[in-house]
Design a protein around this ligand. Sequence first.
Ligand SMILES: [Zn+2]
Ligand SMILES: [Zn+2]
Length: 415
Amino acid sequence: MEPFLECLGASREVGRSAFMLHTDRNIYLDYGIKLFDESGKPKFPIPTTTKPDMMILSHAHLDHSGCLPSLYHHNKIRWYSTPPTMEICQMLWMDSMKINGSELPFRLAQFAKALKFWSPLLYEQTIQTGRTSMVLHDAGHISGASMIEIEHEEKTILYTGDFKCEETFMHKGAKLAKDVDVLITECTYAKKEHPPRKAAERKFMDEIHETIENGGNVLLPSFALGRTQELIAMIRHYDKNVPVFVDGMGREISKIYLRYPKYIKDPNAFRKNVHEVTSVADQTDRRLATRKPSVIITSAGMMNGGPVLNYLFNCNSESKVLFTGYCVDGTNGWKLQNHGFITKDEQDLYVDLPIEYIDFSAHAGRSDLLKFIKAANPQKVVLVHGDKPMDFAAELKEEHGLDAVAPLPGERIML
Ligand SMILES: [Zn+2]
Ligand SMILES: [Zn+2]
């Protein structure tokens, strides 16, 4: 039988990445959550009736991993990932149970069971099950992030997960893949080019220096995983002296990054960088951070909770809010950038500070995405993890002669 892919999420949407690949085995590829759907509620993968044999996780971001423990109500399947992915997941799952436990489709028992069924899989190490083999490659996205290459009866299927080709401060970037038969790729930025990285870095540092000279705080709402570490490394690369405070789970995740030095580009430099920033642990530290001009890197990146809301109303009027990542429509981060207010305890609170956005995405931009697809030269492209991938599918068909599809949620695609 020909292999096929069941799309359980991330189909014509970003969020809840979840797929089941059917070869001679039934293999889950990711099992994530969509943290905020249109109504602000979490959304989970579409359940499948097929009995799974195993699962492979591309990386720890909750939109790929956040529902994995829910597979352990009844299943006893092994799941595989790189070691940092598992350790970060453990922390993120625990945190999401604390924050919105009652809304999640799993409890502590499934969380504990899931951890027991984990097996490590390192980059470039192959595992074989039946007539299917699998290998992970560095995706250049966050620590431990992997592309999953599956080989079945002479067919090579590559699931990219989230990836970035360009070098950053933390990662060397994903290598181009060759001789792929079926490419299942994210296409978050299919329609958008990122600005040149170096110019964005210069603008970022100029904003920081200008605000500090005026006596303000630079507030950087950042995802604890990935973005916080990249910003620490970037700021310390350009400026060893500017006071930097790090608040939220990003501090703990930086420690995990350091425990797995092989998964980052320059562990020695990053170790030094982490020692050269101040960790914020409580309200006293928070007051200290805003008492003098400084940079404050704090979660949550989309401002839906986390210590960032505390800072927002405690910085002086010379301060500035600088976003460096994507905010989903309807989140506080989106509201602040588009309408100048956030919502807290059901109240709309207007913010008087200047707001800026500088794009430091950890995803491939449009031209890198096209370059990656062309190098892979696949017979079929399945576009996932994108807002409106139908246009991109049409473009790949018409301009590049590729058999490209943008599956619907729940659709089965023959590979
Ligand atoms: Zn990701
Ligand atoms: Zn993602």
